[in-house]
Design a protein around this ligand. Structure first.
Ligand code: 4AD
Ligand code: MG
Length: 431
C-alpha cells in the first residue's frame, strides 16, 4: 500500500513512494518535462514529470490541468532544500478528480473588493493561508496559557439582555417578542464565573455595530477574556504581559514557515520581553502634545493617537489610569484620584494600536449602582450582576484581548479583515 501523506508530514517519507491529494497550484513545462506544483492545504510541493517516466497519457492529462483542478499524485519524494516546502516528488502517476473552471484569482494583482468578494477562494492563496495558520497557533497558545495556569474555561452567552461596552454599538435582535442584543463582551458573565471558579477565561465571538471603517474594526471579532478574583489592576497588567510573551514565543516556535511566507520581520517579535513599559494616561497625553497632537486631558484616544504612542516603544506599552468619564461603568475608581479609573489598554508596537483593554472592577454595591445610573443603563438588566456585589464581593480584575488585532500584529497583516476566515464589517456581510 502506498501511503497517503500530507505535505507537512513528509519528513519521515524521504526517499519513499507516497500519494498526495490536493489541487493544482501552478504548472510549468519545459520540453519533455512538466513541473506540477500541488497544494494540499498543509503546504505546496513541486512534482517533476518526465515523459520517459510517466508516458504520453499522463503528460496529456497534465497539459489539460487548470489552476485549482483537484487531483492525486503518486511518486517518490526527496528532500530538496531549494524547493518551496523543502521536498520534491518524482511523479509516477497522476489522476484528475475534477478539472476546475477558469479560476477567478490569478497570479496578477486583484483589487481588495474583488478578493473580498471571493474570500471563499482567496483563503487558498499562500498569504491568506499563512495568516490563518498563525491565527490558529495564537488561539492554541492562548488556550494553553490559561489552561496551564489552571483557569477554568467559562463560555458566556451570545444573546444578552444588556450592554457591556456602551449602548452605541449594540446589535439588536428579536428574541420571542423581547429585544435581545448580540454580546459585546463576555465580561459581566466572566465576573460571575470568577466568583464561582476563582479564575476563568471566556473565549468566543463578540459583536459591535461599529460604524468605523478602519483597519482595526470588525463587527464580529473574537475575544479572550480572563477574569480573576482577588486580582488588582497591577496583577491584570502582569497577566496581560505574560500571555503576550507566551503567545509570541509559541508562534515563533511553531509557525516560522508561515512567518517567512508573510515576509514578517521576526526580529521585531523576538525582542518582545517583559517587563512592558507602563505609562499613565496623563503621561500619554503629554507625549501626544509633544508630538504635535491637538488633544486635551479627558479626551479618548483615536487610532492616530494610539499609533503615535505605540510607535514610541519597541515593546507593547500599557497605558493605565484613564479618566473614568471615558471608560466603562464597571471600572473601579482610583482610590488616590477619583477622576481616574483603574483601567489599562495595551498598545502593540509598530503603530498597531490597542490589542488589550482591561481593568480592576468596581466591587462596591453602592458605587456600582451609582455608575449604572450615571451611565443611563437600565438597572433591571443588571440586577443579577449586582448580586455578585451582594454575596461575597471581592476585588477582582480582568481584560479582553482582541484576537484579530493580535494576529494582525504578529502576522504583519495590515488590515484585520485578513485575520479571520470570513470578516464581518460595516460594508461586508458576504460571502
Ligand atoms: O477594550 P474593549 O472594548 O474591552 C472590553 O470589551 C472589556 N469588556 C474586556 C474585559 O475587560 N474583559 O475590547 C477589548 C479588545 C480591544 O483591546 C481590541 O483588541 C478588541 O477587543 N476589539 C476589537 N477588535 C476588532 N474589532 C473591533 N470592533 C473591536 N473592538 C474591540
Ligand atoms: Mg478598549
Amino acid at each position: 500500500m502506498i501511503p497517503h501523506v500530507y505535505i507537512e508530514d513528509l519528513a519521515p517519507f524521504d526517499g519513499q513512494k507516497v500519494t498526495l491529494r490536493g489541487w493544482l497550484y501552478h504548472k510549468r513545462s519545459s520540453g519533455k518535462v512538466r513541473f506540477v506544483v500541488v497544494r494540499d492545504g498543509t503546504g505546496i510541493m513541486q512534482c517533476v514529470a518526465s515523459l520517459a517516466d510517466v508516458g504520453e497519457k499522463i503528460f496529456e492529462s497534465i497539459d489539460a490541468l487548470t489552476q485549482e483542478s483537484s487531483l492525486t499524485v503518486t511518486g517518490t519524494v526527496r528532500a530538496e532544500p531549494r524547493a518551496p516546502g523543502g521536498y520534491e516528488m518524482r511523479l509516477e502517476s497522476l489522476s484528475v478528480i475534477q478539472i476546475a473552471e477558469e479560476y477567478p484569482i490569478t497570479p496578477k494583482e486583484h483589487g481588495t473588493a474583488f478578493l473580498m468578494d471571493h474570500r471563499h477562494l482567496w483563503i487558498r492563496s499562500r498569504r491568506q493561508h499563512a495568516i490563518l495558520r498563525v491565527r490558529h497557533a495564537v488561539v492554541k497558545a492562548i488556550r494553553d496559557f490559561f489552561d496551564e495556569r489552571k483557569f477554568t474555561l467559562f463560555d458566556p452567552p451570545i444573546f444578552t439582555p444588556a450592554a457591556c461596552e456602551g449602548t452605541s454599538t449594540l446589535f439588536a435582535t428579536d428574541y420571542f417578542g423581547e429585544k435581545a442584543y448580540l454580546t459585546q463582551s463576555g465580561q459581566l458573565y466572566g465576573e460571575a464565573g470568577c466568583m464561582a471558579f476563582g479564575k476563568i477565561y471566556t473565549f468566543g465571538p463578540t459583536f459591535r455595530a461599529e460604524q468605523s471603517k478602519t483597519r482595526r474594526h470588525l463587527t464580529e471579532f473574537w475575544m479572550v477574556e480572563p477574569e480573576v478574583a482577588f486580582l488588582d489592576l497591577e496583577g491584570a497588567m502582569e497577566l496581560a504581559e505574560d500571555v503576550i510573551v507566551f503567545v509570541i514565543a509559541r508562534v515563533l516556535e511553531s509557525r516560522m514557515e508561515e512567518l517567512k511566507t508573510l515576509e514578517r520581520d521576526v526580529s521585531l517579535l523576538e525582542r518582545i520581553k517583559k517587563p512592558f513599559p507602563r505609562i499613565t494616561y496623563t503621561e500619554a497625553i503629554d507625549l501626544l502634545k509633544k508630538s504635535g497632537h491637538d488633544v486635551e486631558w479627558g479626551a479618548d484616544f483615536g487610532g492616530d493617537e494610539e499609533t503615535t504612542i505605540s510607535s514610541r516603544f519597541d515593546q507593547p506599552v500599557m497605558v493605565h489610569r484613564f479618566p473614568a468619564a471615558i471608560k466603562a461603568f464597571y471600572m473601579k475608581r482610583d482610590p488616590d484620584d477619583d477622576r481616574l479609573a483603574l483601567g489599562f489598554d495595551m498598545l502593540a508596537p509598530e503603530g498597531r494600536g490597542e490589542i488589550i483593554g482591561g481593568s480592576q472592577r468596581e466591587d462596591d454595591l453602592n458605587n456600582l449602582v451609582a455608575r449604572i445610573r450615571e451611565h443611563d443603563l437600565p438597572p433591571e438588566a443588571f440586577e443579577w450582576f449586582l448580586d455578585l456585589r451582594r454575596y461575597g464581593s471581592v476585588p477582582h480584575a480582568g481584560f479582553g484581548l482582541g484576537l484579530e488585532r493580535t494576529v494582525g500584529w504578529i502576522a504583519g497583516a495590515q488590515h484585520v479583515r485578513e485575520t479571520i476566515p470570513f470578516p464581518r464589517m460595516m460594508s461586508r456581510l458576504r460571502p
